[in-house]
Design a protein around this ligand. Structure first.
Ligand SMILES: Nc1nc2c([nH]c(=O)n2[C@H]2C[C@H](O)[C@@H](COP(=O)(O)OP(=O)(O)OP(=O)(O)O)O2)c(=O)[nH]1
Length: 130
């Protein structure tokens, strides 16, 4: 099983969402940026490292949401989501097809990686219900 962190990065009431490139696994699916936890690394350190590598920005890692275990046809992941805050502005998209700031209300209209769907739903229900 792959252990993967992902960041729901919030800034000005928008969330940063990323589209996987055509050559990655799960091509062109939308996801929250992040990646595999390395041996000996904390989830929070993993997220800060991955976000710096993939997007060139710094984040403050905040509240964890519920981890999601998902079985894709050829691999299984456990995805650990955290709500994060943007700490530096200049985005440099190095691995994804695109990265965009999106309103919460529009998140459900994207073609998400399947493991992300429960995370999007939990984030939205927290926004509505506090
Ligand atoms: N970063 C990230 N990965 C996700 C999400 N949802 C989801 O199913 N995944 C999957 C896609 C990948 O198979 C894996 C994350 O690994 P990664 O980002 O470090 O790896 P990768 O796709 O660049 O490359 P690889 O698996 O081919 O080595 O988890 C998500 O929201 N964020």
């Amino acid at each position: 099983m792959l252990h993967v962190t992902c960041a729901i990065i919030v800034n000005n009431n928008k969330v940063l969402i990323c589209q996987r490139s055509a050559t990655m696994k799960l091509p062109l699916k939308w996801e929250f940026p992040g990646g595999k936890i390395e041996p000996g690394e904390s989830k929070e350190d993993c997220l800060r490292r991955e976000i710096r590598e993939e997007l060139g920005i710094d984040i403050a890692v905040g509240e964890p949401l519920t981890p999601v275990e998902h079985h894709y046809p050829t691999f299984t992941i456990c995805l650990y989501p955290f709500v994060c805050v943007l700490e530096s502005m200049e985005l440099q998209v190095t691995e994804h097809a695109q990265a965009i700031w999106e309103e919460a209300a529009a998140l459900l209209s994207y073609d998400w990686a399947e493991a992300d769907v429960p995370i999007v739903n939990e984030y939205l229900s927290k926004l509505i219900n506090g």
